[in-house]
Design a protein around this ligand. Structure first.
Ligand SMILES: *[C@@H]1O[C@H](CO)[C@@H](O)[C@H](O)[C@H]1NC(C)=O
Ligand SMILES: *[C@@H]1O[C@H](CO)[C@@H](O)[C@H](O)[C@H]1NC(C)=O
Length: 362
């Protein structure tokens, strides 16, 4: 989830403003009745239940025995903000033995839509080619659900099967692959890592439109903590997006806190392999919301596991500087690109930079 780009696209129109005013009025009215209901009936179950001595948001967990939206909703139709997890999903396409056999130090997991073979091929030909880095084995997989397209699903599925037979890097689970289901994708990723990679030290969830410098990543991990470790572009205390037109809108009834928990932005986060089991355990107590990175943050907060900041703030970047010369690509770990096609061009720049004097410039 990216706050900055969300704001960028939000143009305020007069009609919208008027709508919002009416909406806001309705919100206040209904919110008031909800408040009265709560204060008269119970100590709201979603209020922070533990008080802590530090200034971090209180680690209230999100076990809602009486979820506010089951009583009355102060928001427009509340659906699709929660996802069907935990639930029993299974892999329809799997690589059951590869991870254990390869005994990788690092596993890279890229969520991708079933139809997006182009992005997969570009990754296979760029950062996905790197299998041994600084003497460490690196493996890479693509993660998908079932195609949501009504037409041509059978043909697409046949193509994916062929692709899987050729590359042995596709993991497909039996949930519907939609934007609002990304949290399911992340959670089945944790399930898969837990059951398939017993001897792997770290994994990274990395999106398909990302430039990834695997060398710098491994270099960082060689001296990183082996347990209770998650890093990336860590966001702390960010305000929850309440504009219904935002891509990451969360209604108050679904998420009543005013700020997100600390979390690592979904573009790419790295973690030690003791975390999947813990996060999955936490997910039984933390109601799943559709913003996958925020949800992982909620699970970590439930577990009282703090996120780790990267060594410096320039390793995980939202975008590359306008002129990304001067060893930029050899100095970062991850950067969001405009699209995955741009990766082909950026990869060439990176190779030129790493052959030049940039190699020691980190
Ligand atoms: C998410 O996946 C589940 C399981 O396949 C499906 O029932 C549900 O409709 C999907 N939700 C969305 C919003 O696509
Ligand atoms: C786990 O990995 C380490 C380091 O690569 C290796 O020495 C060890 O033999 C592996 N253990 C198993 C059970 O594969």
């Amino acid at each position: 989830m990216l706050k900055t780009s969300a704001f960028k696209h939000e143009k305020i129109l007069w009609t919208r403003a008027r709508q919002r005013f009416c909406f806001g009025l309705l919100f206040v009215m209904m919110g008031t009745s909800l408040f009265i209901f709560y204060t008269s009936n119970l100590q709201a179950s979603w209020l922070p239940s533990h008080s802590t001595t530090n200034s971090e948001p209180s680690p209230s967990d999100f076990t809602m025995t009486t979820s506010p939206d089951s009583i009355i909703s102060p928001d427009p139709p509340v659906s699709g903000y929660h996802v069907a997890y935990p639930e029993k999903y299974f892999f329809t396409l799997d690589e059951p033995n590869r991870c254990q056999k390869e005994n990788s130090f690092l596993v890279l997991m890229t969520p991708v839509a079933p139809h997006n073979k182009e992005a997969r091929d570009i990754i296979r030909n760029t950062w996905g080619k790197e299998t041994t880095v600084l003497g460490q084995r690196v493996s890479r997989y693509f993660l998908m659900g079932l195609s949501e397209e009504a037409d041509g699903t059978e043909l697409l599925q046949k193509q994916i099967l062929q692709e899987s037979e050729k590359h042995h890097d596709i993991l497909q689970s039996n949930f519907l692959d939609t934007y609002k289901n990304l949290t399911i994708k992340t959670m089945v990723m944790f399930e898969w890592l837990l059951s398939h990679c017993p001897n792997t030290s770290y994994a990274m969830k990395v999106d398909s439109d990302i430039f990834l410098n695997v060398h710098n990543l491994v270099d960082m991990l060689l001296t990183a903590p082996r347990t209770l470790y998650m890093t990336g572009l860590v966001v702390r205390g960010a305000a929850v997006l309440r504009d219904p037109s935002s891509k990451w809108y969360l209604p108050y009834s679904v998420f009543p806190e005013s700020t997100y928990p600390p979390y690592a932005l979904g573009l790419g986060y790295v973690f030690s392999l003791d975390l999947p089991q813990r996060i999955l355990e936490a997910s039984a107590h933390v109601k799943a919301i559709y913003t996958e990175d925020v949800y992982v943050g909620l699970c970590l907060r439930h577990l009282r596991i703090p996120l780790t900041n990267p060594r410096h703030g320039r390793l995980f970047r939202l975008r590359a500087p306008r002129s990304a010369r001067n060893c930029y690509w050899t100095s970062v770990i991850a950067t969001i690109l405009e699209n995955s096609k741009q990766l082909l061009h950026v990869w060439k720049q990176y190779q030129i930079q790493s052959k030049g004097r940039c190699v020691h410039n980190q």
